[in-house]
Design a protein around this ligand. Structure first.
Ligand code: T5A
Length: 227
């Protein structure tokens, strides 16, 4: 049985990385997953991220987040670098893991490109959809957990952490457009994208996510595996 791709999305500082690690730990300790694993299904729960889920991607991540050239990076170059990172990531990491039956928990994926480069930078949404298709070969997440948080609140969290990267440094209006992008995506894909309130404490967010994922486990695996 092929694995499952679960993606975390949202504005800067919405808590994706925190919750991705917590979900991995919760799943690994879960009786339900162990039952399924005993049937030889779902060998592993892997975590990965974009940009930077491969060696090539790490180089691209450094460029994307740290570039300080005299001329600013143009939006189309930025778009293509994210697409290159994703193409390598899907081919090298995600598809093989899914083929082995694993669960892949991924920090950002196709919706981030729509929200940041489409809504944020103003690039053509149809072009981004085509490029996402090229980069992924049509691989769509089984579930996308969108941590809903006001852009200003998310930036305030990241700023407590120290120096801002090239994208975090963009003005608040940019991040608010990104936030609207995620809102629009959630309306367009209600079956795939589940909104989770990211403004509450991390324990409450984790409990909500685990409940959503447990419901998916029941739907995705045959009743015979769930006894
Ligand atoms: N990007 C990415 C694009 O523009 N296009 C694309 O196609 C893709 C794939 C990636 C950047 O690239 C852009 C988006 C990003 O700008 P990144 O460093 O991976 O760069 O940035 P983020 O994905 O935004 O990661 P962050 O670490 O900034 O945010 P997270 O992962 O959402 O948040 P997290 O968990 O690290 O938490 C941030 C802070 O908040 C606290 C944490 O302790 C931490 O200090 N926190 C909470 N505080 C209060 N309540 C809660 N519930 C909290 N949860 C976490």
């Amino acid at each position: 049985m092929p694995g499952k791709l679960v993606v975390f999305e949202g504005v800067e500082g919405c808590g994706k990385s925190t919750q991705l690690k917590r979900l991995q730990a919760a799943l690994q300790g879960s009786d339900r997953l162990q039952q399924i694993q005993q049937q030889g299904v779902v060998p592993e729960v892997l975590t990965t991220r974009e940009p930077g889920g491969t060696a090539l991607g790490l180089g691209l991540r450094r460029l994307l987040l740290g570039y300080q050239g005299e001329a600013p990076m143009v939006s189309r170059a930025e778009l293509l670098l994210y697409a290159a990172d994703r193409a390598q990531h899907v081919e090298e990491v995600i598809r093989p893991a899914l083929a082995a039956g694993s669960w892949v928990l991924c920090d950002r994926y196709i919706d981030s490109t729509v929200a940041y480069q489409g809504y944020g930078r103003g690039l053509d949404l149809a072009l981004i959809e085509q490029l996402n298709q090229v980069a992924t070969g049509g691989l769509v997440p089984d579930l996308t957990l969108w941590l809903q948080l006001d852009a200003a609140a998310g930036l305030a969290r990241t700023r407590q952490r120290g120096a801002a990267d090239r994208i975090e440094q963009a003005d608040l209006a940019f991040h608010q457009r990104v936030q609207r992008g995620f809102e629009a995506l959630a309306q367009q894909h209600p079956g795939r994208i589940v909104a989770i309130d990211g403004a509450v404490d991390a324990d409450t967010v984790a409990a909500k996510i685990f409940a959503v994922v447990n419901r998916c486990l029941e739907q995705w695996y045959a009743p015979s595996l769930m006894v």
